[in-house]
Design a binder for this molecule. Sequence first.
Ligand code: NOJ
Ligand code: CA
Length: 697
Amino acid sequence: MKNRLLIMTAILSALPALAADRVASPDGKISLDFSLTADGAPQYTVDYRGEELVKASALGFEMKDARGFDSGFTVESITRASSDTMWAPVWGENDSIRDNYNAMTVQLVNRRYGTHLNVEFRAYDDGIGLRYVFPKQKKKRLTVTDELTEFAMPGDITAWWIPGDYDTQEYEYIRSSLSGIRRHADDAHMGNVSSSMFSPTGVQTSLMLKANDSTYLNIHEAALVDFPVMHLNLDDTDFVFRSWLTPGRDGDKAHIKLPFSTPWRVIMIGDRATDILASNLVLNLNEPTKYTDTSWIKPVKYIGVWWEMIAGGKQWSYTDAENFDLATFDYSKAKPHGRHSANTDNVKRYIDFAAANGFDQVLVEGWNVGWEDWLGKEKDYVFDFVTPYPDFDLKGLNDYARSKGVRLMMHHESSGSIPNYERWMDRAYDLMDRYGYNAVKSGYVGNILPKGENHYSQNSVNHYLRAVQKAADHHIMVNAHEAARPTGLSRTYPNLIGNESAMGTEYQNMSPGHVTILPFTRLKGGPMDFTPGIFEADLSKYNPGNHEHKRATVANQLALYVTMYSPLQMAADLPEHYEAKADAFQFIKDVPVDWKRSIYLDAEPGEYLVVAREDKHSDDWYVGGVTNADARNYDLRLDFLEPGATYRARLYMDGPTAHYDRNQDKYIITEFDVTSADTLPIHMAPGGGFALSLDKL
Ligand code: NOJ
Ligand code: CA
């Protein structure tokens, strides 16, 4: 057991009922004050370095079937506790994490309606967590129509945001002042999945904010379990964000069974942008893992039969059948269209490439029947997740992969039909057991069924977790696309090794700044299957029909393996494109997917980001840096290295003419020895970056 208990103090003392009270972070820089208004409505403020950062903000709920959860409260008691422990994640950016906070729980009672509500606050050096606990009381169940939690900002500050949407996070981020959100609501460049925006001032979390040059903050949630996704709606007259829960198909926000604890509402706070990147607050607010044996959970580096369909014009489907109905379609009589990628010979080619280059797995999409009409799912039976296409040798390919030390990665596209997926799930996981799959990429493209349900509603959220828990019973790791964005649940359920839930490489023409914002937003809840590593930016070279273009240099694509932390990393491009640039590909082969320690050296959201990470299983370091559309020179000080030791450095850098729209492959690779006393002059091209490996000699 690596978990070390440093100090664990719990001073539980019932204080006399007070109308206001304070809890401060262990370093004293952050403090939260709780109080009741004259009407007994609960509220809080947050001070940072002695100044008010979060102004008076409401707390509480409106219920459909009960009154007395918004005001009329008196404080029954206040209890306090402190904790300072270390814990070791199964995989992560760091091999041990300090969890150090002061807590204050305020027990509220509304005597008129006989209702009870506790608010639990935790103050950490890197921010605040608060959640509601509904203790056992007369009412056994409640229907939430509104959560009243507010986050009142100190003024018209800067935000990096995507629009509030019940179904997707596949947007590019917009930077604006808070007063600019309404104006820019329609500028959001979004993806191709279903979407439902709820307000011109609605935004999603994790929401990155900057109050001034030395105050960064980020609002998110932690441990989203049995509750809908929290969005925020801005009142742009006074810059107050209000919690906006995703409704279910009955229009209600949540149905809860008492006793019940809500997810944590989180405000990360720091002096520097890098403090937000380094914050472990979201993980710390999640429960320790419930699994006693985690030895079967392993980080994964993989390739896949994927990019050739996304960008190369190949197909998931096997035939061009029209009026397709999976229940009656006879594949043995069907004429293949000849563009089906998941065929045995092609998959073998990928397995050979994975084996030759040290990859753990090969994802194969389009292996199973049903893709002919995968979005025509008003009829419920879209896929069965167990029947391979006639040209995909399920057993033979798994045997072949295993003989070469590689595994296939399963693919379950539910196309949003949650009832159909749940119906097949046991059989689907049994099949995986039978053939030796231990990881599944799942997906929820399109409208969620049952009809009227949203991607981010309570029922859907419950499904995503159920799928992860059931997978754990089979020792299967899950990478879910289009599910609700993560909220640190991978601490508790570490077989959740990835999610998409943001705009990733499948969007080929994202603006170069996107990857400098994701680590501040989407990644705060957990790793992303971003699928980096595109070496051939001009897609028309192999697919004349595709005039899209990867707007990133090769050096930038390499850097992403370090800057976009994930225990699951794909090399997304085609094997032949890696063979053509074997020198740059070396970095993808070398880079680890699990770390001892990570140090965010320098960053500004939307601009650039530089991070150094030490391999979990050696003394080697890796550094990655990315920039937006602006070129940047950067002096990289190596003072994080062990003093006195010598390291063999291999630097992959943009050449002087490199650019995200042309000359993407003008990179320069150099090798030399360094020590901790050295500083390396780095050049990052527009849309570029650098990657550096440092092998200790
Ligand atoms: C969307 C996913 O993000 C993508 O990776 C996948 O290939 C398609 N859905 C098909 O499942
Ligand atoms: Ca997607």
